[in-house]
Design a protein around this ligand. Sequence first.
Ligand SMILES: Cc1cc2nc3c(=O)[nH]c(=O)nc-3n(C[C@H](O)[C@H](O)[C@H](O)COP(=O)(O)OP(=O)(O)OC[C@H]3O[C@@H](n4cnc5c(N)ncnc54)[C@H](O)[C@@H]3O)c2cc1C
Length: 609
Amino acid sequence: MATNYETFEYDVLVIGAGGAGLRAAIEASAAGVKVGLVCKSLLGKAHTVMAEGGMAAALANVDDRDNWRVHFSDTMRGGQYVNNWRMAELHAKEAPARVRELEAWGAVFDRTPDGKILQRNFGGHRYPRLAHVGDRTGLELIRTLQDHGIHQGIAVHMEHTMVTLLKDGERVAGAFGYDRERGRFKIFKAKAIVLATGGIGRAYKITSNSWEYTGDGQSLAYHAGAELVDMEFVQFHPTGMIWPPSVMGILVTEAVRGEGGILKNKDGKRFMFDDIPDLYKNQTADNPEEGWRYCQGDKNARRPPELLTRDHVARCIMREVKAGRGSPHGGVFLDIAWIKEKIPNSAEHIKRKLPSMYHQFLQLADLDITKEPMEIGPTTHYVMGGIRVDGDTQMSTVPGLFAAGEVAAGLHGANRLGGNSLSDLVVFGKRAGEFAAKFAKAHSAGHFYESQIEAIARQTLEPFERGAKAGGSAEGPYQVQQDLQEMMQSLVGIVRREEEMGRALDELNKLRKRAGQVAVFGHREYNPGWNTALDLKNLLTVAEAITRSAIERKESRGAHFRDDFPNKDAASGRVNIVVRKGADGTMQARREPIPEMPAELKQIIEEMK
Ligand SMILES: Cc1cc2nc3c(=O)[nH]c(=O)nc-3n(C[C@H](O)[C@H](O)[C@H](O)COP(=O)(O)OP(=O)(O)OC[C@H]3O[C@@H](n4cnc5c(N)ncnc54)[C@H](O)[C@@H]3O)c2cc1C
């Protein structure tokens, strides 16, 4: 078969046009190299647009006690100290400059009365730190980066899905994919590639994540020989919608709690005061009055327990539900309407501070949040683990292959603090673009062979061949996808056990066999069945990486909770779990010591305890 395809050549190819990809493309292009940008959806529609609450940066506009050292120590504490400390340091130091840069590029942030960028409270951040635009911060971030990038001559390929990375020996040399509109194959030759493809939420049944989150980047990198790290750390955000069923999983932003929203069980009890971890005791309010004062900006008050880290809040909610104290549809209540006891015109205040939440509940659940509490429960939200990268350059363990944003690992450790993702995107997106451009300038283009392309093209079209042979008797991809999501939700979800995860590995083997047999029908133009059939490989790869890593981490830490090892283990707290493809093609997981932290960073952590 002679495969038809179109070829493009770039110095740097950026895969993904969310915050991280756009920022990387801008930086690489500014360095004077030829940049291509590909994305699965339309430009401007990447998952980042969904981000609501804000981006964390120690600007100290609202509380002048804030600085990079506090932000660094909050991030490390939230990540339970298995973070890549170098990334946490760079992030805390560089985020303020990246936020101001966005402002200079036209981002219209909310303002303090004296005209500075306004910052709001969020879980795990000691001081109000989230620069925001109402509850639509991601939209503004994307709009600003897009406006800025569009003038830089970056070549954009929208609605293109990359299915395989091409290599020349050890190094990366390009990517193979297809355009979703026509189904035509495209080859992108590149001296360096930046993966910025986001997360994995679609490996679970209940998720806040968009359809794009099928773990493509993690899987592309893994199959190209890169290492993944700490994939067991999947964040279940405590507040997703749970009713009606059609909206299950959609996020209810943490900003609701930042603005004073409280969590109550079916008996009306504010249960979060019952369980405040030792690590956070001296930073947490011990009565509702103090918590409210904190939300109102009182610098002498400590934050309410609803603003403890996400992993903890999610587990407290599950405990209430399991104990029979949950809401009618299996969650608990989140109440912002109660603030009418505290401020006049509370309805107007809520609508102004949380406009998207007000409309989301009114339109999707027929509920007015200014009058009634919301019913919420945990939803799969974010993956802290991902492609292992060098903290300074963002290069993976494959030469020429870089990663930034949610697809990369390290910054957040065992648990991400809200708001630390958007700042992650711009800090490390910039770095990835800069170092990818440097790599491209220092290396000539790699080579790959026609036979490589032929083989990949044949595999990509196999689901159609099976459809043609088997007709209607063959299984389609959707049932396999659904069974995978249900299985991961129940066997490798919020609470994990060795025996269940062992079963999950057996189930994954069966699902892999079924995925290898799925058939699709029709032609290649806008064929969602074909797209889903190709997604299955990625979903199965990340599901296996999560499961193997979760089995290997025999303790509970951050977002990873083991019923059979419910406590933290000091020895496990000194290692990361690394996954890579073995020589025999099977997935191997190993424990690797975390490099020693420099004395000055250790001292910061000690001082801030
Ligand atoms: C509802 C919601 C609210 C959130 N709110 C906040 C918040 O307030 N603050 C915060 O810090 N974080 C928040 N987050 C998290 C944050 O939004 C994400 O972690 C972040 O936007 C990820 O950005 P990214 O650039 O890594 O990837 P994305 O924005 O997801 O972009 C991924 C890109 O990769 C492309 N892509 C994927 N696979 C392929 C492929 N195979 N081929 C080609 N292209 C591909 C996609 O089309 C897309 O363009 C929120 C998340 C959700 C779900």
